[in-house]
Design a protein around this ligand. Structure first.
Ligand code: SF4
Length: 279
C-alpha cells in the first residue's frame, strides 16, 4: 500500500479530509500522508469534541430510555470528555481570542449545555431517535463519467431523527458566533451527508445544523440546509479532484492567517539542503 493509500485509511476519504485539502494541501500532506504529530491541539477543537460527547450522551439517553436525561448528566459527560482532552498526550493551545482558563471554558460549556438542553427537550415531542454517531461508508461517483470511484466516502452522522415518515440528520456545532449566510450556503458537509443518507437507505433526509454559540449569552441556532443535484455533482467533482491532487502529489502550502494557529507549522517547510549536499 502506498503512502497515499494509507493517508485515506485504505481507499477512503472523509469530508474532513476534503476540507483539510481545500484549506491547505500541505497540511493534508503532513497530517494524513506523512503522519506528522501535531505540535498541539487547538482549544476550540478539544472544546467541540467534548461538547459533541455531551450531546451524544443526551441523545443516547433519549434513544435508550425514551426520555431526556437531566442537565447534570449531560454536563458531567462534557466535564469527563474535557478532562480526557486535558489528559491526552497532545497539549492544548488556546487561540488569541479564546480564554486559556480551563475553569472558564468548563463554565462556558456548562452554560451552553443549559441553553441546548432547555430547547432540545422541548423539541423531542413526536420525534424518534434512530441513531447517534452513525458511521457510513458509501461509494463516490465521478459526475463527468458516471463511473464509480475506487475510493469510498467515510464519516459519521451525529444524529438521525425520525418524525412521521421523514428522517432528519442533525449535525452539532459549536462556534464563536452565529453562522453567516455564505457559511451556511457553501458548506460541503451537508451535501456529503445527503449523499450518505440516501446511499444508506434513509431516503431524502432533511439536514439540520444545531449550532450553539460561545457568545456571552449563548444561543442555539437551528439551520436547515437545502442542497440540490448541482450541489451533489459539485461535491463529487470536488472529492474526485482532491483525490487526483493527492495521487498526483500536489501539496502546495496555502499560506494565510490560518498558519498562525496551524499545529503542523513546525514541519511545514522541509529543511533546505546544505551547500554541496544537493544531487
Ligand atoms: S503552516 Fe500554513 S502553509 Fe504550512 S501546513 Fe500549516 S496552514 Fe498550511
Amino acid at each position: 500500500m502506498t503512502a497515499i493509500e494509507c493517508a485515506r485509511d485504505g481507499l477512503h476519504i472523509s469530508v474532513s479530509q476534503i476540507r483539510t485539502y481545500l484549506r491547505c494541501p500541505r497540511s493534508y500532506l503532513l497530517r494524513y500522508v506523512l503522519g506528522v504529530a501535531p505540535a498541539f491541539k487547538p482549544v476550540p477543537f478539544a472544546f467541540g469534541t467534548s461538547f459533541h460527547a455531551a450531546l451524544a450522551r443526551f441523545y443516547v439517553a433519549v434513544k435508550e430510555d425514551g426520555a431526556p436525561p437531566p442537565l447534570q448528566l449531560v454536563t458531567e459527560a462534557f466535564r469527563d470528555a474535557w478532562q480526557r482532552e486535558l489528559d491526552a498526550d497532545v497539549r492544548l493551545q488556546a487561540e488569541d481570542d479564546e480564554p486559556a482558563d480551563t475553569g472558564a471554558l468548563v463554565d462556558k460549556g456548562a452554560e451552553m449545555l443549559a441553553v441546548f438542553h432547555d430547547q432540545a427537550v422541548k423539541s423531542l415531542d413526536g420525534v424518534k431517535v434512530e441513531a447517534v454517531e452513525q458511521p457510513f461508508t458509501i461509494p463516490l461517483f465521478d459526475p463527468d463519467t458516471g463511473l464509480e470511484m475506487e475510493e469510498k466516502l467515510v464519516g459519521a452522522l451525529d444524529l438521525v431523527l425520525k418524525k412521521g415518515r421523514r428522517r432528519q440528520v442533525i449535525e452539532h456545532k459549536t462556534a464563536a458566533q452565529r453562522y453567516g449566510e455564505d457559511q451556511i450556503r457553501w458548506d460541503i458537509q451537508p451535501t456529503g451527508y445527503k449523499l450518505a443518507a440516501r446511499a444508506m437507505g434513509l431516503g431524502e433526509v432533511k439536514v439540520t445544523y444545531q449550532i450553539v454559540t460561545k457568545a456571552k449569552c449563548p444561543v442555539l441556532q437551528i439551520v436547515d440546509l437545502d442542497r440540490n443535484e448541482e450541489d451533489e455533482d459539485e461535491f463529487q467533482r470536488v472529492a474526485v479532484n482532491v483525490m487526483r491532487g493527492v495521487d498526483g502529489g500536489a501539496f502546495p502550502p496555502a499560506r494565510s492567517w490560518a498558519c498562525r494557529s496551524c499545529p503542523y507549522s513546525h514541519a511545514c517547510r522541509p529543511p533546505r539542503p546544505r551547500p554541496g549536499t544537493a544531487g
